[in-house]
Write a protein that binds this ligand. Structure first.
Ligand SMILES: Cc1ncc(COP(=O)(O)O)c(C=O)c1O
Length: 346
């Protein structure tokens, strides 16, 4: 049985050059850190409704929505954990994909159906594969780990009466211009999840949000505790939705796309490495012969990559690597080349 709870942070042991975790950089930028430090002055009181409203208003302005269409979350992961509150009878999960939604739903006893996309057609989303009676559908866009960006038009085909359609856009802010985002759309049952974790290097804070119809958000949040997110989370969500922050994220996305193209080109020049393309996320999915041996070899050379076999539909020959700057890319490519050459000469 696949270990659905496996995450890249398990692969990234201390001391290794980390290509396993998809967080950009190792700490939030100075302006955001200062903003969080300032917010510490407000943790002597309970999180205020003013801070919550300010965060929701900022997010609403960023995505062209109303503040009542925003729910601030303790990371996108909390959004998955809340899905059982909707009482789904049958969940269709589009794979290969991030497994946390599946863990949350299975733990709550929700019947789960895998919609398996096919590498042969580039893991294209095929709405006809989603069972008509699924009242909950979950997919990632762009998808972790394939880095595939599905067209918004194809995702829209999945909207049905009585169905909640969850689009996990945790990595969408890493896509320049976010061409396929559904954040601005009011479609029945659509729930879009966003994360601050990756772009702003905030995995330890737990900050994200959901966008959707106010009734849907209300049902989702029905059993949350009082003060479900802290003052620092609200401060971060407000700050990261500001026009300056959004512009900075856009510039970072453009830079990431450049680094990704360099990485893909360098990897494609190695013997026996297939790079899944086109790719839109801040990571690439690779297929390498004897992937497990190669991953272990890379680790001995000081490099951590994310194993692929814990994603439904992938194998031990699949590895996911985070996009990094040119210097770190060179380290990965050199180590992989040595590892593959060792294989040939032994
Ligand atoms: C595709 C995807 N969605 C959601 C999450 C969770 O994001 P957050 O840190 O906001 O909970 C992750 C984290 O790895 C992810 O890879």
């Amino acid at each position: 049985m696949t270990d659905l709870r496996h995450h890249g942070d398990v692969d990234a042991r201390p001391g290794l050059e980390d290509f396993a975790v998809n967080v950009r950089g190792s700490a939030p930028p100075a302006w955001l850190r200062e903003h969080l430090v300032d917010a510490l002055d407000r943790i002597g009181t309970y999180p205020s409704t003013e801070d919550d409203r300010a965060a929701r208003r900022a997010v609403a302005a960023r995505h062209g929505r109303g503040a009542d269409e925003v729910l601030v979350l303790a990371g996108a992961a909390e959004g998955f954990a809340l899905l059982p509150a909707l009482g789904p009878a049958k969940a269709a999960l589009v794979h290969p994909s991030f497994t946390e939604p599946e863990v949350a739903l299975r733990q709550a006893g929700v019947p789960v159906h895998h919609v398996m996309l096919d590498a042969a057609d580039g893991y294209a989303l095929r709405p006809e594969l989603v069972p008509g009676d699924a009242d909950l559908v979950v997919l990632g866009n762009p998808t972790n780990p394939t880095s595939v960006l599905h067209p918004a038009a194809t995702i829209r085909e999945l909207v049905r009466d009585g169905r909640t359609l969850v689009v996990d856009e945790a990595f969408m802010d890493a896509v320049p211009g976010e061409p396929e985002t559904l954040t601005g759309e009011r479609l029945p049952g659509l729930l879009v999840l966003r994360s601050l974790t990756k772009t702003w290097a905030l995995p330890g804070l737990r900050a994200g949000y959901a966008l959707g119809d106010p009734d849907l958000l209300g049902r989702l949040a029905a059993h949350r505790p009082h003060w479900p997110v802290g003052t620092l989370v609200l401060a971060a969500v407000e700050a990261c939705a500001s026009p300056i922050a959004v512009a900075a994220a856009g510039a970072a996305a453009t830079e990431t796309a450049r680094h990704r193209a360099n990485l893909a080109q360098a990897l494609a020049g190695l013997p026996g490495v297939e790079v899944h393309q086109p790719a839109a996320g801040p990571f690439l999915l690779l297929r390498v012969r004897e992937g497990e041996r190669v991953r272990e070899g890379l680790r001995r050379r000081g490099i951590a990559v994310r194993r692929g076999d814990t994603f439904p539909g992938l194998t031990a020959d699949h590895l996911r690597v985070a996009v990094r700057d040119a210097a770190r890319t060179a380290l990965l490519v050199a180590a992989l080349r040595s590892e593959l050459t060792t294989e040939v000469s032994t």
